[in-house]
Ligand binder design. Structure first.
Ligand code: AMP
Length: 213
């Protein structure tokens, strides 16, 4: 099962991708998480990515595509994966398609989590992340059991720098210009499934599970 998650930043792609990965025992591959791990470890890739991420811009395709294609070659991806945050441009989608075609493989579903822009800003400003295990929460929609603390590992939650209001607006603009065209792209590929992302986390997951059945 190879799945792509689509949707605006803050639509709940990461939260749903984690649930899908658990339900279907496939790895959750998040390019944002890979970049953040590189930033934390002070790698050259991390330094390069940070300069774009801090401004709400996309990391260039030539860096991102190579990194993602290498990741999905790893053994744990043999039985499929759920991609979260990739592709984000048509060029990324085309590279992925070409690389999979060479192996006689294809993406099975592109799940688009649909949330109107008006709700996105509220969602992103309330988003909190665990710097240790990557789990994400929302102060109102998906709060941790104990305020400010990760349910999984007990670490103190943080607000990501790129979830701060000044960066959110730029990220939304980038989404509309560069990433939203992927909705039509995967529709024409015949694998697009759109779910209403304004519902609760559990309701959205139910709708996704229905699609994947
Ligand atoms: P995310 O955690 O998916 O919201 O990603 C956080 C940031 O990482 C984005 O705003 C981009 O700067 C960068 N990023 C993540 N995935 C990609 C991608 N596929 N292409 C380019 N930049 C990306």
């Amino acid at each position: 099962m190879k799945i792509i998650m689509l949707g605006a930043p803050g639509a709940g792609k990461g939260t749903q991708a984690v649930k899908i990965a658990k339900e279907y025992s496939i790895p959750h591959v998040s390019t944002g998480d890979i970049f953040r791990a590189n930033i934390k470890n002070g790698t050259e890739l991390g330094k390069k990515a940070k300069s774009y991420m801090d401004k709400g811009q996309l990391v260039p395709d030539e860096v991102t595509i190579e990194m993602l294609l290498k990741r999905i070659e790893e053994d744990d991806c043999g039985g499929g994966y759920v991609l979260d945050g990739f592709p984000r441009t048509i060029a990324q989608a085309e590279s992925l398609k070409k690389s999979l075609e060479a192996k006689k493989q294809k993406i099975d579903y592109a799940i688009n989590i649909d949330v109107p822009d008006s709700a996105i800003v509220e969602r992103m400003s309330g988003r909190r992340s665990c710097p240790k295990c990557g789990a994400s929460y929302h102060v109102s929609f998906n709060p941790p059991k104990k305020e400010g603390t990760c349910d999984n590992c007990g670490e103190s939650l943080i607000q990501r720098d790129d979830d701060k209001p000044e960066t959110v607006e730029k990220r939304l603009e980038v989404y509309h210009e560069q990433t939203k065209p992927l909705v039509d792209y995967y529709d024409s590929e015949g694998i697009l499934k759109t779910v209403d992302g304004t519902k609760t986390t559990d309701e959205v997951f139910k709708a996704i599970a229905e699609v994947l059945k």
